[in-house]
Write a protein that binds this ligand. Structure first.
Ligand SMILES: C[S@@+](CC[C@H](N)C(=O)[O-])C[C@H]1O[C@@H](n2cnc3c(N)ncnc32)[C@H](O)[C@@H]1O
Ligand code: SF4
Ligand code: SF4
Length: 477
């Protein structure tokens, strides 16, 4: 037997998708191919006993499948594998934060029933000094910004409603602009869309702020979940805000929370948002943080529903984009863009779909009182506080921090159920904060496995059919 004889890598497994398609996946390298029953039989027959030339006698189709399977890492030639089995384990995990969520204020003019930040329960604003200190900690830390950030330091202004603390935010940014590394600063802002004053618009323009507007789509859905603090509906005010941004030429995207209220209507929500000329949309599945805990029984959706929502949106997205000639104008749903990245590339740039997830080493969240969390989703969970900038420098907080070490140790090759899962390095092990808020620990496997596996396999088949293409990727996070 020659060492160069092709052999199927033993970890490859086959998942029947439908009557004519089988997905072959090599879990360690997240390499996959769609084959038919003959293709599966052929790949399974590669036991290293036959030479390439004898296999090629079977015809050009066999030779072609052999070449493709070797190129993507499903078969080895003797000991020679195109991709090392520890490909993802080798990826460096250096604490190099560059992504910061700033809870600019605890205050809000809305009182959304599901608000994980419990906004409005108190009204503390972050001081300009604290805003500056967050930037300074990143820029002057003992680390260099990670290569995945292109040298950027991204500050995401959240809250509460960040525009309720516009003065503090502007003053903090003004101070940052005197820092020698200020050109690294990129500002994103997530807002409820009801407070676009002239000053706010000027701030967006001057600082090239990327704006995200939260909007639950259909009037009655939106007003059920996102009322003003005084109880009146906010839908009309958000629509006015959206129109204002359009008139001012400020680029923005929209974020929809998927709850039991919005889930049955996502298709209509998607179409209505598109009809308003918006091309970038995020669909955020409800999670049980903050006020969301009390309303979880009513607003949470099942995994089956979440899968249906994703499948519906994927089909609508493809239909809309197929009618568009220029891929530059494609509508983008952020979550699908990130999933595609994991299916089409071996990089794991998106902080929520890598393992360990980016919380605590790429991404941190800061509260007005200086407390530091690994991710904003943990806000209010006392045991998830890493430290406080009023007590220690950020380097001191992170260095040797036992909580951070626990978070970094949560990798798909260590979590019991994930370790055995064929989709582990595509999935990344689910959002640990979602897992924590549902199970009370970060150490268990994901809480959306079924929907992750199903939508992943759907996307693989759509890629194979050419319905999805690399143009759907989002590479900017
Ligand atoms: C906490 S808000 C802060 C920024 C701003 N006030 C806003 O509403 O956009 C950030 C985002 O989280 C979303 N959100 C709040 N609670 C949530 C929950 N329990 N599950 C999923 N998303 C939630 C909001 O709709 C909003 O898009
Ligand atoms: S989701 Fe945003 S707008 Fe709604 S209460 Fe929370 S902070 Fe305010
Ligand atoms: S979270 Fe679930 S789907 Fe993801 S790797 Fe773990 S077991 Fe697999």
């Amino acid at each position: 037997m020659s060492l160069a004889n092709p052999g199927l890598i033993p970890s490859v497994s086959f998942h029947k998708y439908d009557e004519s398609r089988v997905i072959a996946i090599e879990p360690d390298t997240a390499s996959w191919a769609v084959v038919d029953a003959q293709g599966e039989e052929f790949l399974r027959s590669l036991d290293g006993s036959r030479s390439i030339s004898s296999i090629a006698e079977g015809g050009p189709e066999k030779r072609e499948l052999l070449d493709r399977a070797y190129a993507i890492g499903l078969i080895a030639l003797g000991q020679d594998r195109r991709l090392p089995p520890d490909l993802f384990q080798r990826m460096p995990v250096h604490v190099q934060p560059w992504h910061a969520v700033l809870n600019i204020t605890r205050n809000c003019n809305l009182k959304c029933v599901y608000c994980y930040a419990r906004a409005g329960d108190d009204s503390q604003n972050m001081s300009p000094d604290m805003i500056y200190r967050v930037f300074q900690s990143y820029a002057d830390g003992a680390w260099e910004p990670a290569e995945t950030s292109d040298g950027r330091i991204t500050m995401i202004m959240h809250g509460g409603e960040p525009l309720m603390a516009l003065d503090e935010m502007r003053e903090g940014v003004r101070r940052i602009r005197r820092h020698p590394k200020q050109e690294r600063l990129e500002i994103l802002l997530q807002t409820n869309g009801t407070m676009f004053t002239d000053e706010a618009v000027q701030f967006f323009r001057e600082e090239h702020v990327g704006v995200g507007v939260s909007f639950d789509g259909i009037e009655w859905c939106h007003d059920r979940t996102r009322p003003f603090a005084h109880g009146k509906p906010s839908y009309a005010a958000v629509l006015r805000g959206i129109e204002r941004l359009k008139e001012e030429g400020i680029g923005f995207g929209v974020l929809v929370v998927v709850t039991s209220i919005t889930a049955p209507h996502v298709e209509q929500i998607f179409d209505d948002i598109l009809a308003r000329g918006i091309r970038s949309i995020s669909f955020n599945r409800f999670f049980h943080g903050g006020r969301g805990k009390a309303v979880g029984a009513e607003l949470a959706i099942s995994d089956e529903q979440w899968y249906r929502v994703q499948r519906t949106l994927l089909e609508r997205l493809i239909a809309v984009n197929r009618a568009e000639k220029d891929p530059a104008n494609y509508v983008r749903i952020r979550e699908f863009g990130h999933m595609l990245q994991n299916l089409l590339t071996k990089s794991r740039m998106w902080i929520c779909m890598r393992s360990p997830c980016g919380a605590g080493w790429v991404h941190l969240a800061f509260m007005p009182d200086g407390s530091v969390y690994p991710c904003d989703r943990y806000i209010g969970e006392g045991e998830m506080v890493l430290g406080n900038l009023n007590d220690k420098s950020l380097s001191e907080i992170l260095n040797g921090n036992p909580l951070l070490e626990r978070i970094l140790a949560r990798r798909v090759d260590r979590v019991e159920r994930c370790r055995m899962c064929d989709w582990r390095w595509v999935c990344g092990g689910d959002c640990p904060a979602r897992v924590y808020l549902q199970n009370g620990t970060i150490d268990s496997a994901g809480v959306q496995c079924d929907s992750i596996r199903r939508i992943t396999q759907d996307m693989i088949v759509m890629l194979d059919k050419g319905l999805l293409t690399p143009e759907y990727l989002i590479l900017d996070d």
